[in-house]
Design a protein around this ligand. Structure first.
Ligand code: IMP
Length: 183
């Protein structure tokens, strides 16, 4: 595939497809061990987590179920406020389920901290988080992430499901968006 149009919008490739693949395999081995014999429900957060979910679910050599939520954070501009609205709820009853939330990126942490509390209140046996990326410098609240892929600098990244204005989700690597794109 020719990505030359996309490459011009990036300042650098932060993580290659291969690095992402290797990390997801590594996380999958840990999850298989931790959840052996337990019924695991992967909950993907639309839309950014679609690629992580698809790859993680297939890397996991164990029975599992998948469900999806879509949430939107009220806020000014690009700033997350922590006040979250559910746009699409789960179809699954969480009673006695072992829920693993699958996320693309944790920025301020506000969305995920709200989501975790929300899912815990539905009677799940356990709720844990798997996030491919985390920006420690952007954290506004502490979120306990059991399965973390990469810690990255506080820059706006796209690709592998992550978008800017709905674009770049299909770029296979993860790159830093050039300021001229959003300036
Ligand atoms: P938080 O509530 O600030 O942690 O917001 C997390 C959400 O913001 C993620 O699920 C993404 O949808 C979005 N987001 C945060 N940082 C980035 C980024 O660098 N690129 C693309 N989306 C991002």
């Amino acid at each position: 595939m020719d990505y030359s149009d996309i490459a011009g919008d990036l300042t650098e490739v932060l993580l290659t497809e291969q690095q992402i693949h290797d990390k997801i395999e590594e996380l999958a081995r840990r999850i298989e061990t931790d959840y052996a014999g337990r019924n695991i429900l992967l909950v993907g957060v639309l839309k950014g987590a679609v690629m992580v979910m698809a790859d993680l679910a297939r890397a996991l050599k164990m029975p599992l179920e998948m469900d999806w939520m879509a949430v939107s954070s009220y806020g000014s501009g690009t700033q997350s406020s922590g006040v979250v609205r559910i746009l699409k709820d789960l179809d699954t009853d969480l009673h006695d389920r072992n829920v693993l939330i699958v996320e693309d990126i944790i920025d301020s942490g506000l969305t995920l901290s709200w989501l975790r509390a929300n899912l815990e209140s539905r009677g799940a046996e356990s709720v844990e988080i798997c996030a491919l990326l985390r920006k420690p410098e952007a954290a506004k609240v502490h979120v306990d992430v059991k399965y973390e892929g990469f810690s990255i600098p506080n820059a706006f990244v796209v690709g592998y499901g992550l978008d800017f204005a709905e674009k770049y989700r299909n770029f296979r690597d993860i790159g830093v968006l050039a300021p001229h794109v959003y300036a």
